[in-house]
Design a protein around this ligand. Structure first.
Ligand code: TK8
Length: 338
């Protein structure tokens, strides 16, 4: 008897959790919940973009969808959240391309050092056919890549000394994202890179288990990294796109109209987010100086030293990324870089 009721109980439970859309006791269809998780905090331009997305989807669906936003790695780090999307236990997230490399190596092309000359060219390449092709490589991993947003050009911070050349980086323990291209780049620069999820980064800097890290200025300021880091060098060594993505399990259960609504909102909120990010970025070097950091601009010669030191990384990843894909992206960049 006990066994039977347990079976019934379990059957009852799974029946409830299997479908995202449920019917309430009044017969009205209940809202479909979209949980979106990110690592950054609520002040980040990324979160502002998500608020825009939430508004567009909730209004556009007349309230049939409820978009719930979770900042500060509340739902886990980027790798864990992507896993949850694949399982269908979380609907959306928006990681940098770097941690996506574990699912699709094609994304590593965007992690190559000193690839994009500026944001405008990045937009054109990412929003063009090669960007789409790379997004599509996620589909058979159980994820739909909807749109590229912007994390931005990454800058180097540390707590030991001012960095003007790769020689200054020698032996510094630098946290990177979990990505082989990023690790290789920092090894080529003479640093001692350690991959780590974003959620553990602040404490690691505070406790001195690492000397430095690299992220766009908005993150360095808005996550208060200036409290635990003294020096920032404007190296622009990687441009990090964000990829706004949705669980394929969830996506496949939506009507064509709802898919269109979500896709459109993801792109439009992305356009807003890029714009807002760039606006914010303008004040950030000043903000960081006021917060007590030493902000170091590099001369063209010093920049060239960084570029030269990391040149070999392209060759090193030719096979893994695909020589053709690297050439294709480079050709696209050349086309728009006029
Ligand atoms: C937050 C990350 C972060 C990224 C990193 O989830 O890990 O350093 O730059 O913004 O996506």
């Amino acid at each position: 008897l006990m066994a039977t009721s347990l079976v019934l109980l379990l059957a009852g439970c799974s029946g409830k959790t299997a479908g995202n859309q449920q019917t309430s006791s009044t017969g009205q269809p209940q809202k479909k919940i979209i949980k979106v998780g990110i690592g950054l905090n609520e002040k980040s331009p990324q979160y502002k973009g998500l608020e825009k997305f939430k508004e567009m989807v909730e209004k556009g669906s007349n309230g049939r969808f409820e978009v719930q936003l979770y900042a500060n790695s509340q739902l886990g780090d980027d790798v864990k959240m992507m896993e949850a999307l694949r399982m269908g236990t979380q609907e959306m997230t928006c990681p940098s391309t770097a941690p996506i490399a574990g699912l699709s190596k094609k994304f590593m092309v965007f992690d190559l050092p000193f690839l994009f000359p500026n944001e405008k060219v990045a937009d054109q390449v990412l929003d063009g056919p090669v960007g789409q092709k790379i997004l599509d490589s996620l589909t058979d991993k159980g994820i739909i890549g909807l749109a590229y947003w912007e994390n931005g050009f990454r800058q180097l911070t540390n707590n030991k000394r001012e960095v003007k050349t790769p020689a200054d980086l020698k032996g510094l323990k630098i946290r990177t994202m979990e990505n082989p291209v990023h690790l290789a780049t920092f090894r080529a620069l003479g640093a001692n890179p350690t991959p780590m999820p974003f959620g553990e980064l602040f404490t690691a800097m505070q406790q001195g288990t690492i000397d430095g890290q690299e992220n766009p200025l908005t993150t360095i300021y808005l996550q208060k990294f200036y409290e635990v880091q003294k020096y920032v060098s404007l190296t622009n060594h990687f441009y990090s796109p964000f990829v706004f993505m949705i669980s394929k399990k969830f996506w496949d259960g939506l009507s064509k109209e709802d898919q269109e609504l979500i896709k459109k909102a993801a792109k439009e909120a992305g356009a807003f987010q890029r714009q807002y990010n760039r606006e914010q970025m303008k004040q950030m070097a000043d903000n960081l100086r006021k917060a007590g950091m030493v902000v170091t601009e590099l001369t063209p010669e010093q920049m060239e030293e960084f570029r030269k030191a990391t040149e070999g990384v392209y060759k090193q990843f030719e096979n893994e990324i695909g020589k053709d894909l690297i050439e294709e992206v480079k050709a696209e960049i050349a086309k728009y870089n006029k």
